[in-house]
Ligand binder design. Structure first.
Ligand SMILES: NC(=O)C1=CN([C@@H]2O[C@H](COP(=O)(O)OP(=O)(O)OC[C@H]3O[C@@H](n4cnc5c(N)ncnc54)[C@H](OP(=O)(O)O)[C@@H]3O)[C@@H](O)[C@H]2O)C=CC1
Ligand SMILES: O=C(O)C1=N[C@H](C(=O)O)C[C@H](O)C1
Length: 272
């Protein structure tokens, strides 16, 4: 057991943080070596198992990411953009794998990952599930096959605690559709509609976000033309699918050269 990769989970008390900790603990291919929470959090100094309401796991919640990440083979990070940028710098110092599930990152945040990727193996995706990454490839394929007579709309639904919109997954799907069509998403993206918007512009890709209750994550890509429409849909009903994907990425990254990768690389789904 001691020769399996040591994993650190950041944002330990979060919805994904707790799911990731359980997933790593259940695996015989990885070992939980540290968990990080924000300075001042109630859980700091407690055993993570106890803090999560279960049996002790012999791992103490730390507010010192530098010290914890230094002993990791991989950091799995589903937190918030500013924290993720900071953790990328620490993963680079530790020369380890940084799996990033955090969404809502701006172009400026993403630019800050570049220097870190010279030393860390960064695997980042707005969705770590196998199903969504397959849907990304299908979306690209369908968009390439259809012309602009088909209007493309991406509709996503999430729980009422989500802070960013459109979801990272919706943006991945929109990028895939734009790539399939050979256009830049920035040039054709319509983020929601409200008021006297005018008629829909041919060739544009629309995004719509529903927020409610405890919805884990649902994504539809609609291709609508006169007389017919196609919907590609993914429904996540359990966060475990994201956590399993993230752990797979952390293991895949071991021994891989530094740089930026995504789940298409991990899952062997990349076609170009
Ligand atoms: N790629 C994927 O497959 C998936 C991505 N996500 C993304 O993962 C992220 C987290 O989602 P979720 O778990 O639902 O969110 P939560 O709010 O439940 O958890 C976020 C955690 O990160 C911690 N955190 C935030 N900022 C900092 C900071 N500056 N330093 C240290 N810790 C920090 C929070 O601590 P505190 O509570 O103290 O703020 C909290 O523990 C989101 O961006 C979400 O979109 C989610 C699911 C799947
Ligand atoms: O915040 C969430 O919960 C999720 N976020 C990711 C996203 O923004 O796409 C992935 C998943 O849909 C759940």
């Amino acid at each position: 057991m001691s020769d399996v990769p040591g994993i650190v989970v950041t944002g330990a008390s979060g919805r994904m943080g707790q799911m990731l900790i359980r997933t790593v603990m259940e695996s015989d291919r990885a070992k939980l070596v540290g968990v990080v929470e924000r300075e001042g959090h109630d859980w700091i100094g407690q055993d993570i198992g106890t803090a999560m309401g279960g049996a002790p796991l012999d791992v103490t919640v730390s507010d010192d990411p530098l010290e914890v990440i230094a002993k990791a083979h991989a950091v799995i990070d589903f937190t918030a953009p500013a924290a993720t940028v900071e953790f990328a710098g620490l993963a680079a110092q530790a020369r380890c794998v940084h799996v990033i599930g955090t969404t809502g990152m701006t172009d400026e945040d993403l630019a800050k990952l570049k220097p870190a990727a010279r030393h860390a193996t960064i695997i980042r995706a707005g969705n770590m599930s196998l199903g969504v990454n397959l849907l990304v490839q299908l979306t690209k394929q369908v968009a390439a096959a259809l012309d602009e007579d088909f209007d493309i709309e991406v509709i996503e639904a999430h729980h009422n605690q989500k802070v960013d919109a459109p979801s990272g997954t919706a943006l991945m799907l929109g990028e895939a559709a734009a790539e399939g069509r050979g256009v830049s998403l920035d040039a054709v993206s319509d983020r929601g509609r409200d008021g006297m918007t005018g008629k829909r512009e041919r060739g544009h890709i629309g995004f719509h976000a529903i927020r409610g209750g405890d919805i884990v994550g649902e994504h539809d890509v609609l291709f609508a033309a006169a007389g017919e429409r196609i919907t590609l849909r993914h429904v996540a009903s359990d966060r475990a699918v994201f956590a399993r994907g993230a752990l797979k990425a952390a293991l895949w990254g071991q021994g891989r050269k530094p740089g930026e990768y995504d789940m298409l690389d991990v899952l062997g789904l990349r076609k170009d």
